[in-house]
Design a protein around this ligand. Structure first.
Ligand code: ZN
Length: 235
């Protein structure tokens, strides 16, 4: 194989690694965001349950106060009843007392409903708290793993970049320019094998002459279709 092709293949291997590592590095912020969103959702579920519990307790207390004031009212009606001598007024007060007592029963039923909901909510809060703690631990582990991955990637990229500078120095500058352009425009494969006259980059057929020139390995040969640098693999 032509020494310059061998050099380009090593360079291409490093460039492909750099490309893959940089893509992995670029994907990290989104992965981090997903982990943070999952934790935020878990935290928000817990907060919602707590907020509902506070509302329920507030409503229950309000009912309790209303019941208390109705009971006081009933007591007042009863003492008025004892003082009155008029039968009509006594009857009217009896009606008021009956109405207030019916209202009290209704209010107490509502209070019981709120108490039952509060009890259910305590269970919900305990579950949500447990889920949140689990999500928190998990997200901390995941974020730590991402950080380790990021550090490793940055280190590997720096190493390969340094190595690449040295490799590139050895390559003919015109050929390097041609290779760099191809690597960028062809999405990462600039130097490809030709197999049975077919360029493995664009999968198009070349003339037997091109295939023969590539096989002889005396010069840099490019694909007639896509312009990629070709080399002969095998025998
Ligand atoms: Zn081609």
């Amino acid at each position: 194989m032509l020494p310059s092709i061998e050099q380009l293949l090593v360079l291409q291997d490093r460039d492909q690694k750099l490309k893959a590592f940089r893509a992995e590095l670029n994907a990290l912020p989104l992965q981090k965001q997903r982990i943070e969103h999952a934790l935020a959702a878990s935290s928000s579920a817990l907060e919602q349950a707590k907020q509902r519990a506070r509302e329920v307790e507030l409503q229950r207390k309000k009912l309790e106060l209303t019941v208390q004031s109705r009971q006081e009212q009933v007591a007042r009606y009863k003492s008025q009843q004892m003082q009155t001598r008029k039968n009509e007024e006594f009857q009217a007060l009896s009606n008021e007392i009956a109405r207030a007592e019916t209202e009290i029963i209704g209010l107490e039923d509502q209070e019981i409903e709120f108490m039952e909901e509060a009890e259910l909510l305590q269970g919900t809060i305990r579950e949500a708290e447990k889920a949140f703690q689990g999500a928190k631990t998990q997200s901390e582990e995941q974020l730590a793993a991402l950080k380790t991955k990021e550090d490793t990637l940055r280190l590997r990229i720096a190493e390969i970049e340094a190595e690449r500078v040295e490799l590139a120095k050895a390559v003919d500058q015109n050929l390097l320019f041609q290779y760099n352009r191809l690597f960028t425009s062809k999405g990462g494969d600039a130097v490809v094998p030709i197999e049975h006259q077919v360029c493995t980059g664009c999968h198009m057929k070349n003339t037997p002459t091109v295939a023969h020139r590539a096989k002889s390995g005396r010069e840099v040969v490019t694909c007639e279709q896509c312009g990629r640098i070709l080399y002969w693999q095998g025998d």
